[in-house]
Design a protein. Structure first.
Length: 442
């Protein structure tokens, strides 16, 4: 109905082509809805600059590979041999349970159903990989890890969709809550949380949600649940045109927008304004998301780092074909890495990567001694921003807090005990004791 009103308004004002739209007066353009305006602006830009248009690329067999991904899970075993973990096929009998806290959920260990214990970790494997690996064009693992933090993200998004569809009135409630997922760099937001959301959304009721879109900056993968296809598009203008076209066809969808390494924040008019949900996945670098978050009134989901048991279960999966002694040896190496650089999955599983990270950490510790650098160790959140443009973020992680009301926010904490002690000794040279307590530990 809204789209028909826009078409009628434009027709009455003599706008019957993209050329006419480009020449239309601002008062005419202001008469249509924002998403219609964004769609027509992008389409007109593509028409003016055809060299920027990216041909659609159909990716054969990838929809089925992702949709039919195989499950495994890792559980604790009583004998304690090796890592003390065992890999099992399929989904776990007993999933994690969550309780409502504030506006979102937290894991609830107090509630246990009868039967098997919940897993330590779940693993999903797609024979042809995931959009993250397609985008990186590297021979990355075909699997990813789902811990209770990753599952928690899906539980929040699923509840948003349930609430929206139970009170479905586009005039009053145009889209599900926009979400912003923030976590420490390198813990698996993109490869794990993004991929898991994609998998679960593909299995969500297709009569309610027909499309799932996974974006990495200007690269977009469109999963059509009706046709069971994946199509790749490149370019923000192209993406806006494609999404606008899907909305015009009456399709509803959900967008997973990964800001990606280059830090390409989403345009505030990127997604259709009605009938579509969006979650932006980002590091705590404020310039990645602040304008989008403010204008779209997005609500945050803060993803904590994996804990020691999570990482031990990951080691058990990665070395599942080896004998117990070899598994234990590998876990001891990873454990030492965690003590030095924290639970950052990007660095702890490989000695070379850990060594590179440690060199960066040493340079950061030396950087603190150069002078007035203590100002960069702030709590995070809106008022005290995460200065990820500077080296200080290599020494801290973000943790979920609820300081003001029911909404989530993040605060900084030492990334591990060892670096916390080293950082404190450096900060003592450039900050007063009161400054250290108030700014570093909050």
């Amino acid at each position: 109905m809204e789209l028909e009103e826009d078409v009628r308004s434009l027709h009455d004002n003599g706008v019957n082509s993209l050329a006419a739209w480009s020449l239309a007066a601002e008062v005419v353009k202001a008469s249509v809805r924002d998403d219609t305006k964004h769609f027509l602006n992008a389409a007109a830009e593509e028409a003016r600059n055809p060299t920027t248009t990216s041909a659609a690329e159909k990716l054969e067999g990838l929809y089925e590979s992702v949709y039919n991904a195989r499950w495994h899970h890792v559980v604790e075993v009583p004998d304690g041999v090796g890592t003390g973990m065992e890999v099992k096929e399929g989904k776990p009998e007993q999933p994690w349970t969550y309780k409502k806290v504030g506006d979102t959920f937290e894991k609830d260990d107090a509630v246990r159903k009868s039967g098997a214990e919940p897993p330590v970790l779940m693993v999903l494997t797609s024979d042809k990989g995931w959009p993250y690996s397609w985008h990186m064009t590297q021979d990355l693992p075909k699997d990813f890890f789902v811990n209770c933090e990753v599952e928690r993200v899906w539980q929040i998004v699923k509840r948003d969709l349930t609430k929206w569809f139970s009170n479905f009135d586009l005039a009053l409630n145009s889209s599900p809550v926009r979400r912003l997922l923030i976590g420490t760099p390198g813990i698996g937001k993109s490869v794990a949380a993004g991929s898991y959301l994609l998998y679960q959304l593909l299995h969500y009721d297709a009569e309610k949600l027909q499309v799932v879109v996974h974006c990495f900056g200007s690269v977009m993968y469109v999963f059509d649940k009706t046709a069971k296809t994946v199509t790749k598009y490149v370019g923000n203008k192209t993406s806006i045109v494609v999404l606008g076209g899907l909305r015009q066809r009456g399709m509803k969808g959900y967008i997973i927008y990964d800001v990606a390494k280059k830090g390409t924040p989403p345009d505030t008019g990127f997604a259709p304004s009605s009938g579509w949900g969006t979650i932006v996945v980002s590091s705590p670098k404020v310039s990645n998301y602040d304008k989008w978050e403010e204008q779209l009134k997005a609500k945050r989901i803060i993803m904590n780092c994996p804990d020691e048991m999570d990482v031990k279960a990951m080691c058990a999966w990665m070395k599942r074909g080896l004998d117990k002694n070899k598994q234990a040896e590998y876990w001891r190496m990873v454990e030492e890495h965690m003590k030095k650089v924290g639970p950052i999955l990007r660095y702890v599983f490989d000695a070379s990567e850990c060594g590179k990270r440690w060199n960066d950490v040493v340079r950061t510790l030396n950087w603190i001694n150069l002078g007035d650098q203590g100002k960069y160790f702030t709590q995070g959140g809106e008022k005290k921003k995460w200065y990820s443009e500077d080296p200080s973020h290599k020494l801290v992680k973000i943790v979920r807090v609820r300081e003001e009301g029911p909404l989530e926010d993040f605060s900084n904490a030492p990334i591990c005990e060892y670096l916390g002690v080293l950082t404190l000794s450096r900060l003592a040279k450039v900050l007063s004791a009161n400054d250290i307590l108030s700014s570093y530990w909050g």
